[in-house]
Design a protein around this ligand. Structure first.
Ligand SMILES: Nc1ncnc2c1ncn2[C@@H]1O[C@H](COP(=O)(O)OP(=O)(O)O)[C@@H](O)[C@H]1O
Ligand SMILES: [Mg+2]
Length: 341
């Protein structure tokens, strides 16, 4: 790879990025390297510092220490150059609730220099692509949560940015709407835009991102391809409910042996959870889970329910930090978040 390709190959590069609010180190020395042309996932619980980091990268907040470059431009000294190449959506209101979907997109397209006809054409094109054509004449305040996220994203890619920040684009959405947003993200990346996606869901990062940074309390606690992350965390977890709580110690020992994984005893006295699909034994999660089920049956341990799922953020954190997720603040709605920003 030539030097030019190497230097232009990064959408984001940060070193020791810090932002403090009073004595709260919201972002506490973050190093990130985001290759261009990919989706990069930043996974972390509420209060981890995701939005604060994104705001610094998008030039909306000034870092207190460290450096950040976006396509080689310093986010403080070359903020205008950065702004010309990025767009941001998520916990920010860019669309006007009182305008219709169509009016919003046309207005924003006009504001960014499109002529009247091209603005209308671009608006229609995006409304169509995002499944909002039917709703295009309705005021945005009457949109569902899923439609609202889609119009937000549509608004932020009117001018096909080189880098799009999607800050928790699916938090609070139903599964169907989440899938629609995921499709949109894939389409955006297919057009060459780099996406920095923050999320609280491992499965979302897994679906979309090629690399993932896990952040907690303002620090990156793990980083890698999703394959690397899964081999440290496990690609799934089995949830078992027994008929009889007395059999739980036996089930725990057995699962521990068969899965070679930490078994968590749930507060519910008949329930256990164990991670599967980690690097330790190289087998797929489903294969391990079915083996575990067979061994439980062979040991005459009666299982009421047995489920294989992706690890939750809680399980990721337990695996990486030996501690459960600690939310640093109550979940607030976007309006109050906006007000404190
Ligand atoms: N404008 C602000 N003023 C004071 N504290 C803030 C502000 N924005 C965020 N914080 C605090 O910084 C920490 C990180 O917040 P945030 O970046 O919003 O996390 P996330 O987006 O991961 O939920 C939290 O403790 C939050 O309360
Ligand atoms: Mg946030």
């Amino acid at each position: 790879m030539s030097t030019t390709a190497t230097t232009t190959g990064l959408a984001i590069e940060t070193a020791g990025l810090v932002k403090t609010f009073g004595d709260n180190r919201a972002v506490d020395g973050v190093d990130l390297t985001v290759p261009a042309g990919t989706v990069y996932g930043v996974l972390g619980p509420n209060g981890a510092g995701k939005t604060t980091a994104v705001k610094m990268l998008a030039t909306l907040l000034r870092p207190d220490a460290g450096e950040a470059h976006v396509f080689g431009h310093d986010v403080v000294r070359e903020a205008d150059a950065v702004r010309s190449r990025v767009s941001l959506t998520g916990q920010y209101a860019s669309v006007d609730e009182d305008l219709t979907g169509h009016e919003n997109l046309v207005l924003l397209a006009r504001l960014t220099g499109h002529g009247k006809k091209p603005a209308a054409a671009r608006a229609d094109q995006l409304l169509d692509a995002f499944g909002l054509l039917e709703a295009s004449g309705r005021q945005v305040k009457n949109y569902s949560g899923g439609m609202r996220r889609r119009i937000d994203i549509a608004a932020s890619i009117l001018n096909t940015p080189d880098l799009l920040f999607l800050d928790e684009p699916t938090t609070g959405l139903d599964p169907r709407s989440r899938n629609q947003v995921w499709e949109i993200v894939r389409a955006v990346v297919a057009q060459g835009t780099t996406v920095l996606l923050t999320t609280q869901y491992l499965d979302e990062a897994d679906q979309l991102a090629s690399r993932i940074a896990v952040i907690d309390k303002g620090r990156v606690i793990a980083e890698g391809t999703k394959g690397e992350l899964k081999s440290s965390v496990g690609s799934g977890s089995v949830h078992v409910r027994l008929r009889d709580a007395h059999q739980r110690p036996d089930a725990e020992r057995l699962l521990n042996t068969v899965l070679d994984a930490q078994v968590v005893l749930e507060p519910d006295p008949v329930a256990l959870t164990a991670r599967v699909g980690g690097a330790s034994n190289g087998r797929g999660a489903a294969e391990q889970a079915s083996r575990a089920l067979a061994e439980l049956a062979a040991a005459r341990i009666t299982v009421d329910t047995f489920a294989l799922g992706q690890p939750s953020l809680d399980e990721v954190f337990l695996a990486l930090t030996d501690q459960p997720v600690q939310d640093q603040r109550p979940v607030r709605d976007q309006t109050s978040e906006e007000a404190t920003a």
